[in-house]
Ligand binder design. Structure first.
Ligand SMILES: [Zn+2]
Length: 367
């Protein structure tokens, strides 16, 4: 038997006990250690816009291998896997029906049928499909990684770190300038925005401007590598704020901007902070927040701005995220301090409440 927190309906989490079935030769049994709460979990909890229930949530998780099926020999990068190893999981094998996943594996993040543990429908014979439970059964075709030499906090941050590593790569792929001397704006300092700043700093960008409305988060932004922190509430409007960014960027605006809020107007505003020939990477709108208006002449055409979106990650980006977090810590960025709260599984409701009140940064549930 094992416990799991089941989201049984809107805003209803129940700790339930389930029998744990034996694993098959191609599966792995994991004893869950901890899992961060993600914005996606909050949208599920509020049933807005996702209505998945019943479900055991939790996809930013990690645990220890308890049992390895006889057919399983190694993880997704060929490291041997054995009992006692610490692991993280990424995307489950993509649907065979999806043309993108089939013919353009480098774009498999755009598969219509992307699956991760913690966002899978409950099954009659196995309820351990998410990290907000005591166990997780890894099924065949899943990508997973042995990460023994990493603290619990960093293991919980690998998933959001993969999101920002992907965004950084997208920006580079479309030609955005992100060299040492680039001046870069990160708009929004939630967990993803803060990790975005840490990625840019770790990659050597020497001029990072963070924008947010929360002084505590701006303080963390500075610790994670932002050179300038701007509280937009100190400015009368976007023109005033953009003028400040201009004054910090030799009067021309930033080379690049990462948009990491879920506010559509914030996306429109970011154009005002970008110089001619610069670029914007949109990372924040992982749910539909509605529309905003931009001025195609002023904002895009005349400035010849490059705009790109970034959507989750591919499983092969996990090793990259792992190395980012390791290096970030080694150069003294306090990435682990993004985990500001820890609650035991029995108190998962308190953990969600902290997150709903937007306190702290990354709230973790320990099994
Ligand atoms: Zn997430």
């Amino acid at each position: 038997m094992g416990r799991a927190a089941v989201l049984t309906g809107p805003k209803t989490l129940e700790i339930q006990r389930f029998p744990l079935r034996g694993i098959r030769p191609d599966e792995i049994l994991v004893k869950v250690e901890a899992c961060g709460i993600c914005g996606t979990d909050i949208h599920c909890y509020n049933s807005d816009p996702f209505g998945l229930a019943p479900v055991v949530l939790g996809h930013e998780g990690t645990g220890e291998v308890m049992q390895v099926g006889s057919e399983v020999k190694m993880d997704s990068v060929g490291k041997p896997v054995q009992v006692g190893d610490k692991i993280v999981t990424s995307i489950l094998e993509n649907s065979q029906e999806c043309m993108i996943a089939k013919y353009n594996p480098l774009k498999s993040n755009l598969c219509d049928d992307l699956k991760v543990y913690g966002l899978l429908p409950d099954e009659p014979d196995n309820h351990f499909n998410g990290y907000f439970g005591e166990y997780l059964i890894i099924r065949p075709g899943s990508s997973f990684f042995v990460v023994n030499d990493m603290s619990l906090e960093l293991r919980c941050l690998i998933e959001p770190a993969a999101v920002v590593c992907h965004a950084y790569q997208r920006a580079k792929d479309v030609g955005m300038r992100l060299n040492f001397r680039a001046r870069v704006v990160v708009q929004g300092c939630g967990p993803i925005g803060l990790l975005m700043i840490a990625v840019l700093r770790t990659a050597g960008v020497n001029n990072i401007i963070a924008i947010d409305g929360n002084p505590d988060r701006l303080k963390l932004a500075a610790e994670l590598g932002a050179d300038e922190t701007l509280n937009y509430k100190d400015y009368s409007g976007i023109d005033d704020l953009a003028a400040k960014v201009e004054s910090l960027t030799k009067g021309v605006g930033a080379h690049a901007g990462f948009q990491v809020t879920g506010v559509p107007q914030a996306f429109a505003n970011l154009f005002k902070c970008i110089r001619r020939g610069g670029g914007i990477c949109e990372v924040g709108h992982f749910v539909d927040g509605g529309e905003c208006s931009i001025n195609p002449h002023q904002d895009i055409c005349r400035k010849e701005i490059t705009v790109t979106g970034s959507w989750v990650y591919n499983s092969f980006e996990y090793p990259n995220a792992y190395h980012f977090l390791q290096r970030a810590e080694r150069i003294g960025l306090p990435v682990a301090s993004l985990v500001t709260h820890k609650f035991p599984l029995d108190r998962i409701q308190d953990a969600f409440d902290v997150n709903l009140r937007q306190e702290g940064v990354k709230v973790v549930v320990e099994a």
